[in-house]
Design a protein around this ligand. Structure first.
Ligand SMILES: Cc1cc2nc3c(=O)[nH]c(=O)nc-3n(C[C@H](O)[C@H](O)[C@H](O)COP(=O)(O)OP(=O)(O)OC[C@H]3O[C@@H](n4cnc5c(N)ncnc54)[C@H](O)[C@@H]3O)c2cc1C
Ligand code: SF4
Length: 490
């Protein structure tokens, strides 16, 4: 053997990263299940199941292809690599650039040889070139530059269909009398069952743990859900936990799928199968726009960005996040139950329910970040940090998003069907049955009026606040709501 190749659990792909140059005769491949990943934090068991079973399947696939593979359990990644050196000798160790600041630092200090991380469509240096020229980092501008650079959905210099963005046609509320297609189930094999047993859980069929399963999910999404993706992408319904979302983030993030093939499949459905441009464009924007932008900003904003708390939010994480029985709020209960069950909810429950509550209650952003990071199947540092610190809690003072995503019950009543039958009334901001979101929305604006009055994008909201005749009563009710949420009785 001439080299040791370290494959991280988010780089499980033979065609990218360090493995694309792997040679069975010369390279030994090492994968490490570190204790930090298992017992280091109260990780969601479904998440651990997915990550471990995917890695163990991948290791077996490598062996089947003739590679020498060492799959280790060790206290840390570095101890695992030291173990590999004992097995294979003092060989140089290579890996693809890690996806987090901490791993980048630790592995650099350990003398690792890096190859570029090509699990994204945008090299880090290229993103920096874009970001350094911007006055503010508007995702839509980055996305349009990506469409041109990657030549995706373009007709010469113009966007196919004549528009860059079909958001205005989308954003529909949940439809009535609608038949949602079933979601794919993934059958379990002996590796899955062994991992589930080790974790003390029943193996569910929600998530694939092989590349073949991830590809089936991609094909099923494109053939069954892509056409409906755009119109209902912002809706939440109690009738269906995933709506037309793709459920592809876990595989994109652990390497089983690459963004390039996912985008190609969606574009091909538009070009050859008549998939509607409004849905295809909306989906492509998530991948070549949002996903790449968030990763680029993670590196651009630096390691200290995660500690930002510019709104001075100090409240401890509310008990309802760890236990859905600790709230009577229908929307919150249902979303937390989804997380408990599957370790996943789509974008809008993450943003407009879980994060909106953390933002308007003044929950400490780092505590909320820790919880989200532990609970979600697709959570990795590069994606959670900008989404939580920037998009969800506005803790960066507006570096990523120019205004906070705070909303009252009226928006949730429009985009969800949870308010009907809820103990609370989305229209009320005071009284025992006032919707906590509605009360907290106004109280949040009031608490931060000095910070927001200079923000022209908050002009409408601040004018609304100034017109509020019952602000003293709202403040009193907000205190009751915050006490009740802390006690698990609201
Ligand atoms: C507070 C918060 C936390 C989030 N945490 C994560 C996370 O830990 N991991 C994660 O992959 N996504 C995260 N997202 C983004 C998004 O919610 C998920 O990617 C999406 O819900 C995954 O489901 P899907 O694959 O069905 O996505 P779809 O709705 O089908 O979208 C397709 C793909 O677009 C990409 N995407 C869309 N929005 C974003 C975004 N804001 N950031 C990065 N990628 C995006 C994802 O790769 C996703 O798979 C977060 C969003 C918010 C608001
Ligand atoms: S009334 Fe308020 S708490 Fe109840 S479901 Fe609607 S938005 Fe959620």
């Amino acid at each position: 053997m001439k080299r040791i190749l370290y494959a991280a659990f988010d780089q499980l792909n033979l065609n990218y990263g360090v493995l694309k140059t792997a040679n069975p005769g010369e390279d030994a491949i090492v994968l490490v299940e570190s204790a930090r990943m298992t017992i280091g934090r109260p990780w969601h068991k479904e998440r651990l199941f997915f990550l471990f079973s995917s890695a163990r399947h991948f290791a077996l696939e490598l062996e089947t292809r003739g590679f020498t593979v060492l799959y280790l359990q060790a206290a840390t990644t570095l101890e695992g690599i030291a173990e590999a050196k004992k097995t294979f000798g003092e060989l140089p160790v290579y890996c693809a650039e890690p996806s987090s600041h901490v791993q980048m630092r630790l592995l650099s200090e350990a003398g690792m040889h890096f190859v570029p991380n090509d699990f994204f469509l945008t090299p880090r240096a290229l993103f920096f070139q874009w970001a350094e020229k911007q006055k503010s980092y508007v995702m839509e501008n980055f996305y349009r530059a990506q469409r041109v650079r990657l030549n995706i959905l373009m007709q010469g210099a113009d966007p196919v269909g004549g528009r860059w963005n079909y958001d205005a046609d989308n954003r529909l509320p949940p439809p009535k009398n609608y038949t949602w297609p079933d979601y794919l189930e993934h059958e379990r094999d002996a590796i899955d069952l062994a991992v589930a047993k080790q974790l003390g859980i029943e193996a569910t069929k929600t998530w694939a743990t092989t590349r073949a399963g991830a590809l089936r999910q991609l094909e099923y999404f494109v053939s069954t859900h892509l056409a409906g993706f755009g119109p209902y992408e912002d809706a939440i319904t109690k009738e269906n936990w995933a709506l037309h979302h793709s459920l592809l983030s876990p595989y994109l993030n652990n390497g089983l799928l690459h963004a390039e093939e996912v985008v190609a499949a969606a574009v091909s459905a538009f070009e050859t199968q008549g998939a509607p441009i409004g849905s295809v464009e909306a989906f492509v924007r998530q991948i070549i726009g949002w996903r790449e932008y968030i990763n680029g900003m993670y590196w651009f904003l630096g390691e200290d960005y995660r500690n930002e708390n510019q709104l001075g939010a100090t409240r401890k994480l509310l008990p309802l996040y760890r236990d859905s029985s600790k709230t009577k709020m229908n929307c919150v209960k249902s979303v937390v139950q989804d997380v408990e069950q599957r370790s996943w909810t789509h974008h809008i429950p993450r943003l407009m329910v879980l994060s909106n509550l953390a933002l308007t209650t003044g929950t400490n952003p780092q505590e909320f970040l820790d919880w989200m990071r532990e609970q979600f199947i697709d959570a990795t540092d590069w994606v959670m940090v900008p989404n939580i610190i920037g998009m969800a809690t506005h803790a960066d003072g507006g570096k990523l998003m120019t205004k906070p995503y705070a909303s009252g019950g009226a928006y949730l009543n429009k985009m969800t069907d949870h308010c009907k039958g809820c103990f609370y009334d989305p229209k009320k901001r005071t009284g025992d049955d006032a919707c906590p979101f509605t009360t907290l929305y106004w109280d949040f604006l009031d608490r931060h009026k000095d910070a927001f009055k200079k923000n022209h994008r908050m002009f409408q909201q601040m004018s609304g606040l100034n017109r509020l005749s019952d602000l003293p009563e709202v403040r009193v009710r907000a205190e009751e709501v915050l006490r009740g949420l802390g006690a698990g009785s609201i």
